[in-house]
Design a protein around this ligand. Structure first.
Ligand code: ADP
Ligand code: MG
Length: 747
């Protein structure tokens, strides 16, 4: 939400900037650029200087001297692109129809270079003008005596005869600036933006114009104390330095200031939210002495780990307080979160309150239901299961039990919180979110008449940096210890040629009474095709590899009854091998299954592999995880060969993931590595659900800055909860303008 006409130029809608207008602003809006300030946070993706440009003559030499095989390891960075600066000499379409390609000839004082695009010809035909200066980046190849870039990145540096209607600021001669040793900013863009003139050069022009026009009016928003303590340069100076730096050090300081601010404002919002939550007093103050909980602990076949005992204390302290609990329970797969949740639910029951236990899928809800029933082992507490697949009579019966309060614990999916389900007295909601990041909106719960305590459980060990941002307004408990009887799962990476010995190993394990999973990735676009692939794979294993054993199949398209039947057959030992699609990722618990073979393992993400692996090693027996990859991907990657459908870079990444899996079973280390391998995703990249997108800051690279920003933001809210001190005025108005939708009652 942007207030109509703020006096601060930074808060004005971007539409009113010269060079934007009503035609471009809706497209910017798609990229969350709404205000002038948002636009100014659209920082360059890189900067060109004289040293980052090669002459076409040198480029030709690079192509003609074949690269020496350097035995590049997996750690080798992706090859750096070359950048050439030149003017457009000619362009034309060659060929017809689907074979048509667009060829543009670029020249500098040392020679010429061809840039080629296959496809998109109609677009490219109109994209250039003769004589304009471009910076093009790519990997050079030799083609019939010419040097080529195929599908290079292009940035317009300066255009001959700017098109009418553009701002005058566009007349800066960037090519000349580059020649005199200056830096030229290159901006991220996209086709929809380019189409309305907001390519790299377009952004450079409007941002340059905006700064020229408004730089003097830009007000500082960070408190002076923070500026001096963290040695940050003023906002206006930082914005100029980030976009049009005079040199490296100025650029660094400019970016640091902008990153800090972005992280600081984010943390400030968390601090305010958390503060508001702490003021609440309308929750339930449970009595936490519970005979039921005591009896459970006494009858469990194991002793709780120290970590479990600690988190139970943290949770019960929350329950005893009239402030509604909003706690995240984090613990690696197999760390024993369920029993912790059960203890909390028993306390609620003893106080005469109902608990809802939410699982991400129906199959997991059923499993939790069974697990809870088994753990309770005769305690006089009624547990009911509510899932969509139930017959209507049973369902009515359960609903009635929930409404009357007869059911103390109700297990189901999020559907439990729908309006149609009425609780007599809901006191506690436990959400087993597994690796999902979503956090429940408390608002919906109040509609249920009470203000229940909420405990969210996640099996994804979240790197500290991420948990500071994702869950910054929640209290966090961590089970950082596995039950003592667990042996680390032995993990190996194998190539397909070793399949025979993998099968032999599986057979041996089964002969010893164990069971095995074969996990099969779903990679096709269509579910029907996937299903066929998984099914035929099951038949292959059953008929050709393990004819003497019983092989079953479970996949996401089965009905609940079908899944149930397969799962109970596997649990009971009637099936030796379960072929599964990733359905099993989220929490299937069969302690006797000790072998997991993951096929086409290169297709899975690191955290996903870790989750999958967590399905074995849930008992005291040694467990094994075998990562099969069609071609031992790391070797292939080293030789530079490519799989047909994975790029070289994707293969390297995959190789690193598999190596990480073999190296450690520590979920926190895996999570850190995953974040580093994947990166938090850039502005125009795919958005991972729930992870906040920063425009300037980078959660991995800037984690130290994040911690500073967090410390400062929380300290400020502590000392000035509604930000009404003079030195916080500008900050308050900034937060209010940009985040008006939030529960922020700033003075
Ligand atoms: P997760 O944290 O992945 O949900 P679970 O709660 O499913 O883990 O626990 C995994 C297994 O470990 C279950 O079979 C559970 O009964 C068992 N378990 C839980 N706590 C302990 C403990 N302290 N000692 C031994 N086994 C435990
Ligand atoms: Mg669990």
């Amino acid at each position: 939400m942007v207030s109509q006409m703020s006096s601060d130029p930074l808060h004005r809608p971007v539409q009113y900037l010269r060079g934007i207008g009503p035609r471009r602003s809706p497209i910017l809006e798609k990229y969350s650029i709404r205000t002038v300030f948002d636009l100014l946070l659209h920082v360059p993706r890189r900067y060109l200087d004289r040293t980052s440009v090669v002459s076409i003559r040198d480029l030709r030499r690079a192509v003609e001297t074949p690269e020496v095989e350097d035995g590049a390891s997996l750690q080798t960075e992706v090859r750096r692109d070359f950048t050439v600066l030149g003017d457009v000499r000619s362009f034309r379409v060659i060929g017809f129809g689907p074979k048509a390609r667009f060829v543009l000839v670029l020249g500098d004082s040392t020679g010429t270079l061809q840039c080629v695009w296959f496809g998109g010809v109609q677009y490219w035909k109109k994209a250039f003008t003769m004589g304009e200066v471009l910076a093009v980046s790519g990997q050079p190849t030799a083609y019939g005596g010419a040097v080529q870039f195929v599908h290079p990145d292009i940035d317009r540096i300066s255009r001959r005869g700017e098109s009418p209607g553009d701002v005058e600021a566009g007349t800066v001669d960037w090519a000349a600036r580059l020649n005199t040793g200056g830096l030229v900013p290159l901006y991220p863009s996209g086709q929809d933006l380019s189409r309305v003139g907001l390519d790299s050069a377009g952004f450079r022009r409007v941002i340059h114009g905006a700064l020229e026009e408004h730089l003097d009016e830009i007000r500082e928003i960070l408190p002076p104390r923070v500026l001096s303590m963290r040695r940050l340069i003023p906002l206006s100076q930082a914005l100029r330095a980030a976009h049009f730096p005079k040199g490296e050090s100025e650029l660094r300081e400019g970016l640091r200031r902008l990153k800090y601010q972005e992280l600081f404002v984010f943390e400030l919002r968390l601090a305010l939210k958390r503060r508001a939550a702490r003021e609440e007093r309308d929750g339930i103050a449970f009595g936490i002495r519970s005979a039921l909980a005591r009896r459970l602990v006494d009858t469990l076949p194991f002793a709780l780990t120290r970590a479990q005992v600690r988190v139970v204390k943290e949770i019960t302290a929350d329950m005893a307080s009239p402030r509604p609990m909003n706690r995240l329970l984090q613990g690696d797969v197999g760390s024993g979160k369920t029993v912790v949740a059960l203890l909390a639910m028993l306390i609620a029951a003893e106080n005469g309150y109902q608990s809802a236990f939410l699982a991400p899928t129906e199959i997991l809800a059923e499993q939790h239901f069974q697990t809870l029933a088994a753990l309770m082992n005769g305690l006089p507490v009624s547990v009911r299961l509510l899932v969509g697949a139930q017959r209507s009579r049973l369902r009515r019966d359960v609903l009635e039990d929930v409404r009357s309060g007869g059911a103390a614990i109700v297990v189901g999916t999020h559907a439990l919180l729908e309006k149609s389900v009425a609780f007599e007295r809901l006191g506690l909601v436990v959400i087993d979110e597994q690796h999902r990041f979503g956090v429940l909106q408390r608002a919906g719960l109040r509609g249920k008449g009470t203000n229940p305590d909420v405990l969210v459980m996640t099996a994804t060990p979240i790197p500290r940096t991420l948990s500071l941002t994702l869950y910054g307004d929640l209290d966090v408990s961590v089970i950082d210890e596995l039950p003592k009887d667990r042996k680390p799962i032995r993990t190996t990476v194998s190539d397909e040629s070793a399949k025979a010995s993998v099968f032999r190993f599986v057979r041996e394990q089964i002969a010893q009474g164990r069971q095995a999973y074969f996990v099969y990735p779903l990679v096709e676009e269509s579910e029907a095709v996937e299903l066929k692939a998984a099914t035929s794979h099951m038949h292959y294993l059953q008929d050709e590899v393990f004819p003497e054993l019983r092989v079953g199949l479970i996949h996401g398209r089965m009905t609940t009854e079908e899944k149930d039947a397969v799962m109970s057959a596997f649990k009971s030992g009637a099936l030796h091998i379960l072929v599964a699609t990733t359905v099993i990722e989220v929490g299937i618990d069969v302690a006797n299954a000790t072998v997991m073979v993951i096929e086409d393992a290169e297709r899975f993400g690191l955290s996903q592999l870790h989750q999958l692996r967590g399905r074995v090693g849930r008992g005291a027996d040694q467990a094994y995880c075998i990562l099969l990859t069609k071609h031992w991907i790391a070797q292939r990657a080293r030789r530079g060969a490519t799989l047909p459908d994975l790029s070289l870079d994707q293969q390297r990444q995959a190789g690193r993931r598999l190596a990480a899996m073999a190296e450690t079973t520590d979920g926190f280390r895996i999570a850190e590595m995953d974040l580093q391998l994947r990166g938090p995703g850039d502005f125009f990249g795919t958005r991972q659900s729930g992870i906040p997108q920063f425009k300037v800051a980078d959660l991995v690279a800037d984690s130290a800055l994040l911690e500073e920003a967090r410390t400062d933001a929380f300290a400020i809210v502590e000392s000035d909860p509604v930000l009404n001190r003079d030195e916080h005025r500008a900050l308050a108005s900034h937060v209010k303008t940009h985040f008006a939708d939030e529960l922020l009652k700033v003075g």
